[in-house]
Every structure is written in structure tokens, then in C-alpha cells.
Design a protein around this ligand. Sequence first.
Ligand code: F6R
Length: 341
Amino acid sequence: MALKNIDRSNMRRVILDFPKQFKIGLNSAKNVFLKPGVLTRWPENIIVCGMGGSGLPGDILATLKPLDILSYKDYRLPPQAGNESLIICISYSGNTEETLSSFQEAVKRGLPLLSITAGGKLEKLSKKYGVSYVKLPGPLIPSRLALGEMFSALAQLLVNHNILSREISDEIIKLGFTLKSPESEERGKKLAEKIFQKIPFIYAPRRFREIAWIWKNSLNETAKILAVANYFPELNHNETVGFWRMNERQLSNKKIYVVILRDPEDSHPRILKQMKITRDIVEKEGVEAEIIDMEGKTMLEKIFSAALLGFWTAYWLALEYKVDPTSTKTIEEFKRRLAGR
Ligand code: F6R
């Protein structure tokens, strides 16, 4: 079957263009500020609300910075939210119920609030209540792939309010040149061939656990398969026992593929040792496993090059399974039924 008959919305082009998103996100947020006097001092915490793909920018920010950042994925607001918090609501479509609930609660309580969206109700409500917001430009792409735009808009908002230094915007701009999407596609395609017809288990060091989560989300939504994400060292104290061959009554170990995302420089030396031991242990149980080194010099490069590889792997798996990589019917049906339609 021709590629365009499976990839009907041309997701391949969206992933190839992924590095261009960083500039777009930064520019969209450049002139967005809280109203003067809304936040009088350094925020006690920053609460980033967003679900699914729109929750990933908050996860990455929390991975990256030692600020008190909470990535919140639920209705209303967490108990930590107060007058000295900064709340940032992100919904790419602008129509996600849980995020709108967080937004409404922040408005009701008069908390310092900003939003990021490409339109929908979040844009309408931001206008209605005079909340400053970042409007991401079209054409619309799947939320999970708008990560570059949403993350850089989020970072730029924090730069605007002197919470992050300007250096981060420069670092983000560089990602547009350092990330090499076509090379990453080749690697993702090869990995997809190995994972085909297996359940991927994606493991990363705790510091990068959100990257394992990005892989899992992409594998679920783009390839339409089940996937597991976990992190070192915790997984060695429970999950690995599940590979014990005795459990083959549940699922053949031949049906599992373990991907270990490794940061060769930054991880604790004992974590590097743990990764090798884990690979050996699971291989002994008949599970295929592979260690993949995260590429890049900076933390940001490592995060986004690994995310990009996850996008490509999921994309090529979707093609192997002959399913449209863009469609997420189940999520749409869920949202429709939740809205009573
Ligand atoms: C779809 C996707 C989903 C959505 C989630 C929330 O591509 O990634 O995980 O991100 O359902 O919707 P938005 O992002 O529009 O708030």
C-alpha cells in the first residue's frame, strides 16, 4: 500500500518539520505578559495544567529546571495552588475538559493565570476573562506533535516574567539546527522493524522518565499499540521480576521488546551499571532488549532528540501495522461521550 494511503494527513511532513516549531513557539509568546501587578513577587510555585500531548511541555519543564514546577493533569487545581502561584493552562485544541476546569477555577479564585492554545474554548474564555494567552498559529497538527511549539511558548512565558533566564530561549532556538529529523527517521524506522508485533517497554533514568512517557504516549496514539514506561532504578525493584519466564502463561517473552534510553554522560555511574545488568537479566529470560544512547550535548538536545526518535519509531510502527498514524478515534469517542454527544 502506498505511504500516502496510510498516512492520509501526511504526519511524516509534520515530524520532518518538527525542528521548525521551536522558533514559532518562542515568537508566539514573545509579547505575552501577565497584567501589571498580578504577580508581585517570585511565584511560590508554577502549576502547568494540560492533558495528554498538552501535558508534555509541563513534564519537560519539570525535568529541565530545578524550579518548583508541578505538571498537573486533572480537574480543578492541586492543593499547592495559591495567590503566589503562577498557573499556566495549556490545551492545543483549546477544548479539553480537565484543563478548562483548571482554568475556570484559577479565574474564580483570581490566581495569576496565563494560557497557551491554538484556539477553541480556551481562547474564547481567555478573551472573555481578560487572561493573557499565547495563540499558536495553524495549520493545526496533532497535539502530541506540537510539543516543540508548546514547550518553547511555555519557556518564553517564563523568560518574559524573569523566571527563566534569556539563555534558555537561545538554547531552544539552537534546537532548530541541531535536531536532524531525517537521520532520526532512519533510526526510528529500523527500531520499528524490531518492535513490530511486540509490546515495547520503554525504560529511562529517573531524571528522563518523562521521555519514556513521551515514547509511550506516541506508541499508544500514533502506532495504536500498548506500551509500558518505567524508570531506573525503581524498575529493578519490582517490574523486572515480571519477566520471569514462569509468567509466560500471561504473555510470551518473545512478544516483548525492551528499549533502554541511556544518557551516557549524566546518569549516575551505578545507573549505567544497572542498565547493563537489566538488559542481561531480561535477555536471559528470552526478551529482546536494546540500550539506546540519547544524543546531544545539552539536556534540551538530549530530551528533544530522544522525543523525536520516539515520534519516528511510533510513526513507522503505524505504517508497519497499516494504520493511519494521525487518527486517535478512541480519544475522540471518549471526549464525545464525556460531553454527552
Ligand atoms: C492528540 C493527543 C492527545 C491530546 C489530549 C488533550 O494528538 O496527543 O493526547 O493532547 O487529548 O487534548 P489537547 O491537547 O487538545 O488539550
